[in-house]
Ligand binder design. Structure first.
Ligand code: PA5
Length: 423
């Protein structure tokens, strides 16, 4: 179960301002469901949890099983082509060990050291590649993939490409589709009507997640629960509430939203959320800037700003109800650090008090706070949360008056870069 709490926005925004957006919410949700709003060509994700076929799921599981025999899988992709799978994989794999199949990511930067060291590292390992690009033309994954393809040929010969590369791309167009055809690769399709940042519940996200040994059926079942709950055209719908509160706050000048969480494992999830909201809403000189803070780590870096900097911040705290482990603070007879008052207390308890204390301090310091409470951190609830964030993003973008499904601004840097590179 997921709950949304807006109590700590009181005093920052008037009830009637929120009500205005709550009234609009069901209308915008209907437009998403009936594909009558802006960007309606890219709404294939709205009913995806229920629409994805048993055949597609079984195929993903079959290919994932085949890839699990390799020591290392390199997922090549950028933006929506890797952030979702990384988020889920980081959350459901241990901090300090990887499963039998190690998953690495490439093609999401152009740092020479990164790619160089990756190539060195892979030289001693039995590896395969999942290359993901909807357009098939994005520079970062394309050049990364070139190098990895060369490495496969060098290490294992050209015939090995067929068994060591799986591609996820457009059904017909793009360079990657040509590679699929040339080498007879296993491949999956990114549906035309699903944009990159909304694609985690297609093969784009599901294949790497399945390779990591995570139950994709449970993830999809969670998303189905999300679809059932968050497509109800009512002001009680939490996705409408989240969208309404953040837009009402935005209108009052709170134009940055900080996602606050107390688990380092959530870092990649925050990156996924930032892309989803930043790329969907930041256009036409409008939009809430999405940022994230990991507590307590970032309280020793950004905490000062949040507490006393410019008062344009709103926060959404992610609350995790159940601890994963119960590690307790040991007693120390010397008590040099004067911390024996914590003896026997679990880290979860201490972390929860740090989180509550932070929330109170920020709220009293002038930051409106929303909370998203997760009954438990499991794959089913994460699937529901992914759907919650996606649908809330569509509604929120419509409230803001932008098309949440395009990204015209991403082209600007490419234009300059290509010119400088002599394309
Ligand atoms: O959300 C988006 O559409 C983008 O972030 C894309 O996912 C990203 O630019 C990568 O594009 P492609 O999959 O075409 O390589």
């Amino acid at each position: 179960m997921i709950n949304f709490n807006s109590e700590f926005t009181k005093g920052f925004v008037k009830a009637e301002d929120v009500e205005h957006f709550l009234e609009l919410g069901p209308k915008y949700l209907k437009a998403l469901k009936e594909q009558t709003g802006l960007g309606s060509d890219f709404l294939g994700w709205v009913d995806l949890p229920n629409r994805i076929s048993e055949h597609e799921i079984s195929e993903i599981e079959r290919v994932a099983k085949g890839l699990q025999k390799f020591q290392t899988i390199v997922v090549v992709g950028i933006g929506g082509s890797y952030l979702g799978s990384k988020a889920v994989i980081d959350l459901f794999t241990p901090y300090f060990e990887h499963s039998q199949t190690e998953i690495l990511f490439a093609g999401q930067n152009l740092d020479e050291d990164y790619i160089n060291q990756l190539i060195q590292y892979l030289s001693g390992r039995n590896f395969a590649v999942i290359v993901i690009s909807k357009s098939g033309t994005t520079l970062e994954p394309a050049v990364g993939f070139r190098l990895l393809l060369n490495l496969i040929v060098e290490n294992y010969g050209e015939n090995a490409i067929k068994n060591r590369v799986v591609a996820i791309t457009d059904a017909q167009k793009g360079a990657l589709r040509s590679v699929v055809e040339q080498y007879g690769l296993e491949s999956f399709v990114v549906p035309d009507d699903v944009g990159g940042r909304y694609s985690v519940l297609t093969a784009v996200g599901l294949l790497p997640i399945a390779v990591a040994g995570i139950d994709i059926r449970a993830l999809l079942n969670g998303a189905k629960n999300g679809e059932a709950k968050y497509t109800i055209e009512s002001k009680e719908n939490m996705a409408i509430q989240y969208a309404a509160f953040r837009n009402a706050l935005y209108q009052k000048g709170y134009n940055n939203e900080i996602m606050v969480y107390s688990k380092p494992k959530w870092n990649a999830m925050a990156e996924w959320w930032k892309q989803l909201y930043g790329e969907s809403e930041g256009k036409e000189n409008k939009g809430i800037f999405p940022v994230s803070i990991n507590i307590t780590t970032d309280l020793h870096s950004l905490g000062q700003y949040v507490q006393e900097g410019e008062r344009k911040l709103m926060e959404t705290f992610i609350r995790f109800a159940n601890p994963e482990t119960k590690t307790q603070v040991p007693n120390d007879n010397n008590n040099y650090d004067q911390l024996n008052y914590l003896t026997g207390k679990s880290f979860h308890f201490i972390n929860a008090q740090a989180e509550t204390g932070t929330m109170q301090a920020h709220n009293e310091g002038g930051v409106p706070v929303m909370q998203i409470m997760l009954e438990e951190l499991n794959i089913l609830i994460l699937g529901e949360l992914i759907y919650f964030y996606e649908i809330a993003c569509g509604i929120s973008g419509y409230m803001l008056g932008v098309n949440p499904f395009d990204q015209p601004g991403v082209e600007a840097y490419k234009k300059n870069m290509f010119k400088l590179l002599g394309k």
